[in-house]
Structures are given as C-alpha cells and as structure tokens.
Design a binder for this molecule. Sequence first.
Ligand code: MG
Length: 109
Amino acid sequence: MKIKDLVKEYEKISVFLNSKWPLKNSDHKVFARTMKIMEELGELSDEILTSMNLQRNTKISKFSRENVEDEFADVLGSLILLGIELNINVEKVMKKKIKFTRARFEMDE
Ligand SMILES: [Mg+2]
C-alpha cells in the first residue's frame, strides 16, 4: 500500500469519526487527535515492555506479536488522522524528511 492510498483510507475514517463524534472546531479535533496518539503510543509501549518481559507476569502471559503489530498500526493510523486535521501532505513531508535524513548522515541516494 502506498502512502497516498493509506491517507485516502484514513480520510474516509476521519469523515466517519467527525460525523460520529462531532467536535466544536478544528482546534478541538487537533487536540483530540493528539491525545489519541498519546493513548495509542502508551498501548504500543505497554506491548513492547511486555515483549521484553518488563511487565507484570499476568500481562506477559498475554503477549503476542499480533498485539504489537495492532498497536503499531493504531499509532500510525492516529498520526495520519492528526495529519489530516492539520492539512499535512504526509507523502510530501516524508519525502522531504527522508531527503534531509540522507543528507544529514551522508547516505547514498
Ligand atoms: Mg490501540
């Protein structure tokens, strides 16, 4: 799946979320999307800690690779939803960031 297609799918999800849980204005949506990223990042962190046996035994017994992947997807999805609210062209900014990173570390193209 290309970034363009991923964003297109999340634009549909964004329209749905905004109709199901309407918020007062753009600032509220940006705030809600940002808090959601933090929530999902916490869930991913929890799964990572569990995968490293750094959680309580009851949690460790529930560890699965699938949970880590699910939470990773939640973080990426919630980040894309924030990008949509902020009118960020995800593909464009990522191309720019990759170019910057390559230059910074003097990597070959
Ligand atoms: Mg989650």
